[in-house]
Design a protein around this ligand. Structure first.
Ligand code: DX5
Ligand code: ZN
Length: 227
């Protein structure tokens, strides 16, 4: 699956949980809602779970992209399918039965993908890449919003593109962490077509307009696998 335009996925980790419905309305121009679930074990932070996902699905029609930062995604992924996830990504570092869980998620009708931490090499995807709808490259160490983009991610995006080309597949390539209008173009130029942005979107006085701006910057610069 490839897109000629870049998708913007605001992370509601940066939303005000006391006013979640209001903040979801503020990001009505988004292509995806990025839902960072953390279990306090895989990451030193604990966020929200399936009940909050159900609440999001009640008030928004935008597809939800669940990023599972948990130690046991093989068990917990189903909870998020049941709660209405549209896309689920699980960390390679946490999954014991990656092939089985990816196949299972696809059979259940969600788009499934793998996430790599900053120090995890792209080549570890060699034997799973053909099964993935999406690959998420972390450009910060997972756990918190508002961290700085790790520049080495740009060469990882290019390596991932080469791997995809070698296998003749075109999963979505998503990048997460430290993305703003200052670097959206270079991230898309390297080959990413889904950009997650938490603090950059929610710290803006007009989050909906900031999303449009990020999408324009990214889409102009995007150089995809099939470009
Ligand atoms: C980090 C999360 C990110 C985070 C991004 O663990 O996975 O999705 O919310 O936030 P920013 O855009 O502020 O780096
Ligand atoms: Zn995330």
């Amino acid at each position: 699956m490839s897109h000629s335009s870049v998708l913007i996925a605001p992370s509601i980790l940066s939303a005000d949980m006391a006013y979640l419905a209001r903040d979801l309305e503020r990001i009505h121009t988004a292509d995806l809602i990025h839902f960072d679930t953390m279990d306090g074990h895989f990451t030193k932070n604990l966020t929200f779970g399936p009940d909050v996902l159900r609440a999001v699905k009640r008030v928004s029609d935008i597809p939800v992209d669940v990023h599972m930062m948990v130690s046991d995604p093989d068990t917990m992924a189903d909870w998020y399918v049941d709660a209405g996830a549209d896309i689920i990504t699980i960390h390679l570092e946490a999954s014991v039965h990656l092939n089985r869980t990816i196949q299972h998620l696809k059979k259940r009708g969600v788009r499934a993908g793998v996430v790599l931490n900053p120090a995890t090499p792209v080549l570890l995807l060699e034997d799973i890449i053909e099964d993935l709808d999406i690959v998420l490259l972390m450009s910060v160490n997972p756990g918190f919003g508002g961290q700085s983009f790790i520049p080495n991610t740009l060469s990882k995006i290019r390596s991932l593109k080469s791997l995809c080309q070698a296998h003749n597949v075109a999963p979505l390539i998503e990048v997460d962490g430290g993305i703003s209008a200052a670097n959206a173009e270079e991230v898309a130029r390297a080959g990413a077509n889904v950009l997650v942005a938490g603090s950059a979107v929610f710290s803006s006085s007009d989050p909906a307009a900031e999303i449009v701006r990020l999408r324009e910057l990214g889409s102009r610069a995007y150089q995809g696998v099939c470009a």
